[in-house]
Design a protein around this ligand. Structure first.
Ligand code: ATP
Ligand code: MG
Ligand code: MG
Length: 372
């Protein structure tokens, strides 16, 4: 047995799985954690589980991170049961380690966790049908709705200042001043684009400080392959991948989904003529998200959804530009100027959203009326 296999034996023995292990495969297409699917034969038949080795280079506080997941999943389980739902499929369910903890620390120093496997549902890496994007909106909205009265401030901020756009702006300005690679002179236009829109870095934080936007449970990785879609009905049943669950603003989750999901071009498209905000997709996501939230968003939150999309896109573009100036130390690049190309698509989208703001507001109003 290889060292890796020996470690997995140790790990599997230390979780409260029932019966005899009959299958163990590397599973899924996640990029962050190492995911395995296990099957056990028990008297009641076969039971499957997900086992994950958590990525320690990204998540420095695995214990706090698991505390967040325990808090959120046990809350969701209670709500789903109260609504008559199937709590084994509509939320992640943690399998405890033998010592009662929600994780196991192996002898090589890695943290592991286990979940019930959600049967009869699939994850999709690419938006193939517009309906999928709508389903993801409903799922993330529903997640937001079920957690609307969760005490968000009790969650740990496992990645500091994750969507603190003001602090991202400070980091950006420091990168411009450092000008490590001497590129600043060549990207004056992009730098100006950021500086002319500084208000975008402060608007949400100020509203939060004035209590106009409530602190919420946010997911922070709202992509399509982080929801499970029922194989029979085609409907989203569960939000997964809760590593980045943190206290935050609902408009940020919404905004990030629009940023990457409603663009007509790829994130690194060089032909900026191909990049714009697809208003049909914007409408579809807004409809799904507002319906999924089922009346839990405040009027101010609804008002700020389009601005949330703009702020998330602005923040992301500024991070790409800062990384370009720093010499591509954070985001992986596959060609020269890759981060600059990415920054330009984001700024093109921001500019396009500025033009479409009143149309976006009208769309939000249309679905707000229906919910009221
Ligand atoms: P990402 O790259 O999205 O951050 P990750 O490495 O954090 O991914 P997850 O998204 O948690 O990993 O899981 C990887 C894949 O494993 C999922 O896309 C899904 O296909 C599958 N998966 C995870 N949890 C479950 C579950 N409870 N039941 C069924 N499948 C699951
Ligand atoms: Mg994932
Ligand atoms: Mg993940």
């Amino acid at each position: 047995m290889s060292g890796e296999e020996l470690i997995r034996r140790e790990v599997i023995e230390n979780f409260t799985f029932p019966g005899k292990l009959v299958e163990e495969i590397l599973y899924g297409s996640g990029h962050i954690n190492d995911t395995f699917r296990l099957a056990f034969e028990t008297e009641q038949g076969r039971k499957r589980y997900i086992l994950q080795r958590m990525n320690k280079s990204i998540f420095h506080k695995p214990v706090e991170l698991m505390e967040n997941i325990v808090g959120v999943t046990s809350w969701l389980r209670k709500k789903i049961l109260a609504n008559g739902g199937d709590a084994d499929r509509e939320t992640l369910n943690i399998v405890l380690a033998r010592d009662g903890r929600p994780y196991y620390l192996d002898s090589a120093g890695d943290y592991w966790r286990a979940y019930l496997f959600i049967e009869g549902a699939s994850c999709y890496d690419k938006v193939e049908k517009r309906e999928d994007f709508y389903q993801s909106a409903v799922a993330f909205g529903h997640f937001q709705g079920l957690l609307a009265d969760y005490p968000a401030k009790t969650l740990h901020e496992t990645i500091m200042n994750f969507h603190n756009t003001a602090s991202r702006l400070d980091d950006f300005k420091a990168a411009v001043l450092r000008d490590t690679c001497g590129y600043a002179g060549d990207v004056q236009r992009e730098i100006r684009f950021v500086l002319e829109r500084e208000h975008l870095a402060y608007v949400l934080g100020e509203m939060q400080a004035e209590k106009k936007l409530p602190l919420r449970v946010t997911h922070n990785d709202t992509k399509l392959n982080n929801i499970m879609i029922d194989d029979k009905t085609g409907k989203a049943i569960c939000v997964i991948d809760l590593d980045t669950v943190m206290p935050g603003l609902a408009v940020n989750d919404f905004g990030d989904s629009i940023r990457f999901g409603a663009s007509t071009g790829d994130e690194d498209e060089r032909d900026l003529a191909k990049v714009s905000c697809d208003m049909e997709l914007f409408e579809l996501y807004t409809k799904g998200f507002v319906e999924g939230c089922a009346g839990s968003l405040t009027d101010e939150e609804l008002d700020m959804l389009p601005i949330g999309a703009m702020v998330m896109t602005y923040e992301c573009g500024m991070r790409f530009l800062a990384d370009h100036l720093d010499g591509d130390v954070y985001f992986k690049t596959h060609r020269e100027g890759h981060n600059l190309d990415r920054c330009r698509t984001q700024f093109k989208l921001v500019a396009d959203m500025e033009k479409k703001l009143s149309a976006m507001n009208a769309i939000v109003d249309k679905y707000r009326q229906r919910e009221r």
